[in-house]
Design a protein around this ligand. Structure first.
Ligand SMILES: Cc1cc2nc3c(=O)[nH]c(=O)nc-3n(C[C@H](O)[C@H](O)[C@H](O)COP(=O)(O)OP(=O)(O)OC[C@H]3O[C@@H](n4cnc5c(N)ncnc54)[C@H](O)[C@@H]3O)c2cc1C
Length: 352
């Protein structure tokens, strides 16, 4: 079998890269082992334009958020799906200091922060002592539906193989690569956290980070917003279902749900949510995060046929469409990759 590109992994990165290459009428094969606990399948798919205790703008948000929404809307049309849910974030301040930080940013005419006029509006649903503010525009994207629907499409196109890719069988030549009976011009690894053990790129400064979430059912809660107070409580497309998470663990023994998180999340919920709820499931995954919180995009400095789209950390939903498009444009038209994301910034490390 001969294709233009071989792609390893069909999380949000592999999905978006194959989407853009398909649009460019390139041929490719995706190899993905359909791991049910991959980061993209556990994520809430939230696009939040601000971050941290100072409500700083998320990196490149003015560029990546509109691009991502436009891209997901195009996929919606193409596949006949509903993926994009504009939902503002109602931020319940956990302390007077956080309320002040919010007001300070508001006074700087921040684009994304807004005061919420009726401070008592959410009293029927939540306990909150220090008021609330609103963050918008912000979104949830139905990643699970996107991934499964795109997978179906790839099957129709005969462009996906469901199996584990064995990197030991990869042969990299001067002007092509081969893997078993497949020959391609280039291979691009979109292998998420497994990239940490990928011999081609394992020297990159990854900082994998485990996160967990509960799926709860709550029949009496409004689904007009995402709610935040320490944890995020985000409505899922299915009626009365909500995603509750997450935490950030840099040290962990395994990628399985932990009793600790369950205890923490239910304690927070019991003190915060006034409506009865039922926990339906508990999930965990490891985020492919990086030490300097920037993605890994581009081609190995010594092996021009071996590429990577990874390191999306906590922001895959907003970053993956933008950088997948950049990589596709680089492949097809030789357009440049942003220096802050290009793996060439690690030429010395990767040349060891
Ligand atoms: C609890 C939690 C909540 C999150 N919430 C959000 C959020 O709200 N918003 C947001 O933007 N981000 C969120 N994230 C982060 C987001 O999930 C990641 O940034 C993103 O999903 C990474 O996508 P990826 O395609 O790089 O990796 P992955 O989703 O891990 O995909 C990699 C794919 O490659 C496959 N693969 C790997 N190795 C091989 C191999 N050798 N052979 C075959 N297949 C292979 C895997 O099975 C998988 O399907 C969250 C993460 C977690 C854990």
């Amino acid at each position: 079998m001969q294709v233009d590109y071989l792609i390893v992994g069909q999380g949000i990165c592999g999905t978006m890269l194959s989407w853009f290459l398909h649009k460019e009428e390139k041929t490719f094969l995706v190899i993905d082992d359909n791991n049910e606990n991959s980061s993209s399948k556990i994520a809430a798919g939230i696009i939040n334009p601000v971050t941290g205790r100072r409500y700083a703008y998320t990196w490149m948000i003015d560029e990546v958020m509109p691009f991502a929404i436009q891209c997901y809307e195009e996929v919606e049309k193409n596949l006949g799906l509903k993926l994009v849910y504009p939902k503002s974030i109602i931020d319940f301040f956990p302390s007077p200091q956080m309320r002040n930080a919010f007001i300070d940013r508001l006074n700087e005419n921040d684009t994304y922060l807004h005061s919420y006029p009726d401070q008592n509006h959410f009293n029927p649903y939540f306990n909150y002592d220090f008021g609330c503010g609103e963050i918008r525009p912000s979104y949830t994207i139905h990643l699970q539906l996107l991934l499964s629907s795109w997978r179906k499409k790839l099957m129709e196109l005969n462009s996906i193989k469901e199996e584990k890719f064995d990197v030991n069988e990869l042969k990299v030549e001067e002007d092509h690569i081969s893997y078993q009976n497949i020959t391609a011009q280039k291979i691009i690894f979109c292998d998420g956290t497994d990239g940490v053990n990928n011999p081609w790129f394992q020297l990159l400064p990854y900082a994998p980070n485990k996160g967990e979430a509960l799926i709860i059912e709550c029949n009496e809660l409004t689904n007009d917003h995402i709610f935040k107070k320490g944890l995020m409580l985000a409505p899922l497309p299915e009626e009365n279902l909500y995603w509750v998470g997450s935490n950030y663990q840099w040290e962990f023994e395994n990628d399985q749900p932990s009793q600790q998180f369950y205890q923490h999340a239910t304690t927070v919920l019991n003190g915060w949510l006034k409506k009865p709820y039922k926990v339906l499931s508990h999930k965990a995954a490891v985020r492919p995060a990086t030490l300097e919180r920037r993605p890994f995009v581009g081609f190995h400095p010594q092996f021009q046929n071996v590429g990577i789209l990874n390191g999306m950390g906590t922001k895959g939903t907003s970053l993956a469409p933008f950088f997948a498009n950049q990589l596709a444009q680089h492949l097809v038209y030789n357009f440049p990759i942003s220096p802050e994301a290009n793996v060439h910034r690690f030429t010395r490390i990767l040349s060891k």
